[in-house]
Design a protein around this ligand. Structure first.
Ligand SMILES: [Ca+2]
Length: 340
């Protein structure tokens, strides 16, 4: 009898373990990527779409940033094509900032992907829902389930907040690549590119974070800490036999020719979502965004006297951990390279 009971218990335990292991891990991380590709965005998107990834990418919403929204939308589609994931819906968003027209920066080339791809997937801008509407709709239908990865200016997020004011209450998490909190900047002294591109949008989003909740922010000081040797990008990561890398080597071509170190940013935001264990330190803070001023427009200020906090700043990440992730995630691409 004791043997029979032990057998039943053993079978029960094994079944429970098997059921636990069989849990659909992909479904615990449902992500909308709001993005302005941009070669660094393309790399972040491919990390999210790698077979190594635990994320289920629900949609991509494109915004004007690195280049205009016509290019960022088509670049998002081309990136999905490379990953063989054109099943993921793409929505084009704003072609300008909340108040002013963005200043485009051809850092990654005039088309955002090194001006090196002859074909890009077709997108009919007249037939698709606006990105802000799509964002509001997705979050509204799945309260508490959606993580938004924001790796461009926050125009679409601010517009979605206007349409659906409960957006930040109903998301699971928002991860924002943007701002600098110690004068780091990059675009101007103390001013980071994404907040510089649409300061009114960033100011609005930070001001609407519900009390008791925070959004996660990777400031430029943190991504600057993990800049990598150019030789590592060219001769280690760049030599992987992977369609992702073949695509990214061309997309980053303009930058890699002139760079002294390999700067990464959007990739850090993707990495902390995929593997939070690489976060080494954080600081809760209350952030404000300057929307005026000849030199300070787009600067972010930390208000230490404020009684509540609105952001969780990621202040340090594991550089070697990110290098390992880049090598593993970007090596895991489809066999057929679908770009020309
Ligand atoms: Ca970006």
């Amino acid at each position: 009898m004791a043997t029979t009971s032990s057998f039943i218990i053993t079978v029960f335990v094994l079944c429970s373990i098997e059921a636990f292991l069989a849990l659909p891990l992909a479904n615990d991380l449902n992500v909308v990527i709001d993005t302005d590709p941009g070669a660094d965005d393309a790399m972040a998107i491919l990390m999210m779409l790698s077979k190594m990834s635990r994320a289920n990418v629900v949609a991509i919403t494109a915004v004007t940033g690195n280049v205009g929204v016509v290019n960022t939308t088509r670049n998002a589609l081309l990136t999905l094509q490379v990953a063989d994931r054109l099943d993921i819906p793409v929505y084009a968003g704003s072609d300008r900032g909340m108040v002013y027209k963005n200043k485009i920066d051809p850092y990654f080339g005039y088309d955002g992907l090194g001006d090196s791809f002859s074909e890009k997937p077709y997108y009919d801008f007249t037939k698709h829902e606006h990105a802000a509407l799509a964002l509001a709709d997705i979050v509204k239908k799945r309260p508490g389930e959606i993580t938004i990865l924001c790796i461009g200016p926050l125009t679409n997020i601010a517009l979605a907040l206007h349409i659906y004011p409960r957006l930040l209450e109903d998301v699971k998490e928002v991860v924002i690549l943007g701002g600098s909190y110690q004068g780091g900047g990059g675009t101007r002294p103390g001013v980071e590119f994404n907040t510089y591109s649409d300061p009114e949008a960033s100011a609005f989003v930070f001001s609407k974070v519900p009390v008791g909740k925070t959004v996660t922010v990777i400031p430029s000081e943190t991504s600057h800490q993990v800049a990598m040797p150019l030789d590592w990008r060219l001769n280690t990561l760049g030599k992987l036999e992977s369609c992702f890398i073949e695509f990214l080597n061309r997309a980053e071509g303009v930058v890699l020719k002139r760079a002294r170190v390999w700067s990464i940013s959007d990739q850090v935001a993707a990495a902390i979502i995929l593997n939070p264990a690489i976060i080494k330190s954080t600081k809760d803070a209350y952030l404000l965004v300057e929307t005026c001023g000849n030199t300070s427009r787009g600067a972010v200020f930390r208000d230490d006297r404020h009684k509540t906090t609105n952001v969780r700043l990621i202040t340090e990440v594991d550089k070697e951990g990110i290098q390992t992730m880049l090598l593993e995630y970007l090596n895991d691409s489809p066999k057929e390279c679908k770009f020309s």
